[in-house]
Design a binder for this molecule. Structure first.
Ligand code: BTN
Length: 235
């Protein structure tokens, strides 16, 4: 669609009123009010990037393991970025994709629940492709990281969906392999780094992530689990 406020909202509205097949992608060239994590806005110049929402129905996924969906999608996006650039792309927990210490993609997943299982998931992906200037200094794009190549957006979208599909099948056949790949590709994992919790700085090492999405960090005395928003990456 040429323009819309938020592909995630369009997808959620469609799911409320129509039968939508798994694998349907809602995409726009001009997202005017993109939603980000924690109520943030997602910035994307018209016609430059991928802003899309993929509808999945991960009905075999219990609510308690819902983070597995973040693992599938963020790894799929990181795969695409590494394939295109031949560079390492990392997943910054919970599900940002970083390359060269800058954010190239953000993911926002909204799911409905049936009983204890996930029903419909709207997987919103913002992937910076051809944009050259960002108001956020920590943002980058495929183009900036490749020395200003202009990429074909439909081709990038097609490869992106294939990369996510591959990880989605891996979840069904080889969950341990999927988790291991996520751990291997986690930004700052196994490194001594500074984090912030409730305004206080501490030194710790990321070790793992639980299926419900908690980050496991070893500090000087113990191993602790953190919820989204409870910990900030500092340096
Ligand atoms: C983040 O804060 O990092 C998540 C950003 C997610 C942005 C994408 S763009 C397509 C989809 N539609 C939205 O409104 N948001 C997501």
């Amino acid at each position: 669609m040429p323009s819309c406020h938020s592909t995630n909202e369009v997808a959620s509205d469609l799911l409320k009123t129509q039968k939508i097949e798994e694998g349907t992608v809602i995409i726009t060239d001009n997202q005017t009010s993109g939603r980000g994590q924690q109520g943030n806005h997602w910035e994307s110049d018209k016609g430059k990037n991928i802003t899309c929402s993929l509808i999945l129905k991960p009905n075999a996924l219990p609510l308690s393991d819902q983070f597995v969906l973040n693992i599938i999608v963020s790894l799929g996006v990181a795969d695409l970025v590494s394939d295109v650039l031949s560079m390492d792309a990392k997943v910054k927990w919970p599900n940002d994709v970083y390359c060269n210490n800058e954010k190239i993609s953000g993911i926002l997943i909204n799911s409905t629940i049936k009983g204890h299982m996930l029903e419909n998931s709207v997987v919103g992906i913002g992937l910076n492709v051809n944009q050259q200037h960002f108001s956020n200094t920590k943002a980058t794009s495929l183009s900036l990281l490749s020395g200003n190549t202009t990429y074909n957006l439909p081709q990038i979208l097609e490869s992106l969906i294939l990369c996510i599909e591959k990880r989605y099948f891996q979840w069904k056949n080889d969950i341990d392999g999927l988790r291991n790949d996520y751990l291997k590709n986690m930004y700052w994992r196994d490194q001594v780094r500074t984090y912030k919790e409730n305004g206080k700085y501490f030194t710790g090492i990321i070790k793992d992530v639980t299926n419900s999405g908690k980050l496991m960090v070893e500090d000087e005395v113990q191993t602790r689990l953190f919820d989204f928003k409870a910990i900030e990456f500092v340096k």
